[in-house]
Every structure is written in structure tokens, then in C-alpha cells.
Ligand binder design. Structure first.
Ligand SMILES: [Zn+2]
Length: 142
């Protein structure tokens, strides 16, 4: 599934975040029929933001959509979603969450499963390496 357009978009976003000196986490929201609705990356450092995680950024960049657009959507994220982003996925009734890696951090995966969301963990090497490099270089930011 790593050739998936949604995952590739999320990974590109994580790389952008890294290039900006930010937390290298990217996300993309993909509709049931395979269109990228929104994509984005963590902007915590770039914007001094407490809430602009990658998944929130992707949802925000998608704009305000009719409920039908979110129906059956998949959230791709390069790192296991935190409690806030888990909640956002549930709020927008995302059906499936594809996670680049969950070795660096495990978020609300059990809760998502308990709420009937399908999860897939890719255990992607580049996602892990981006995080490892960031934590090594900026331990106080993680
Ligand atoms: Zn989050």
C-alpha cells in the first residue's frame, strides 16, 4: 500500500515539514472514491501552534465540506494519531486510518478500533527515520 496516492501525499508533507525545520509528520485525507480532499503537515514549530498537527492541517486544508464528502474517507498519517487527531477523525466519520508508523509513538489506535474504524499500520522506514532524525536533532521539541 505504500504506492497509495494518499500515503505518498502524507509522506511528501512530512518531508516538507522536515525541510521547514518542523515536526516531520504529514497527513492526507482521501475520499471514498480516491480523491485527495486535503493534505498538510504538522505546523507546531512553524506557527508556534498548539493544535496544528498533520491530521488537523489536512482537515483544515480540505476546507468545510458537505458530510457526504467525508463519508467513507481515509486519513493517511505518517505517525500514529494523537488523542486530538483521533477525535477529529471520529468527528468527521473517517472510516479508515492508514498509519505510516507507530514505533515512535502510539496514539488512539485502540479507541479508533473500538469505534469501528479500520486501521492499517505500514511500519514505513522513511516515516520512522524522519522522526528519529528530528528527535535526535531537536529533543526538546518532541
Ligand atoms: Zn495529533
Amino acid at each position: 500500500m505504500t504506492s497509495d496516492i494518499g500515503f505518498q501525499a502524507a509522506l511528501e508533507e512530512a518531508r516538507k515539514g522536515a525541510a521547514e525545520g518542523g515536526v516531520p509528520i504529514g497527513a492526507a485525507l482521501v475520499s471514498a472514491d480516491g480523491r485527495i480532499l486535503g493534505r498538510g503537515h504538522n505546523m507546531r514549530i512553524q506557527k508556534g501552534s498548539a493544535i496544528i498537527h498533520a491530521e488537523i492541517s489536512a482537515l483544515d486544508n480540505a476546507g468545510r465540506l458537505p458530510a457526504s464528502e467525508y463519508k467513507g474517507a481515509t486519513m493517511y498519517t505518517t505517525l500514529s494519531p494523537c488523542d486530538m487527531c483521533t477525535g477529529a477523525c471520529l468527528l468527521y466519520k473517517v472510516m479508515r486510518v492508514v498509519i505510516g508508523e507507530n514505533k515512535t509513538f502510539v496514539g488512539g489506535e485502540e479507541y479508533l478500533k473500538s469505534r469501528g474504524v479500520e486501521l492499517e499500520v505500514l511500519d514505513n522506514t522513511e516515516c520512522k527515520e524522519l522522526m528519529a532524525k528530528f528527535i535526535r536533532e531537536k529533543p526538546s521539541e518532541w
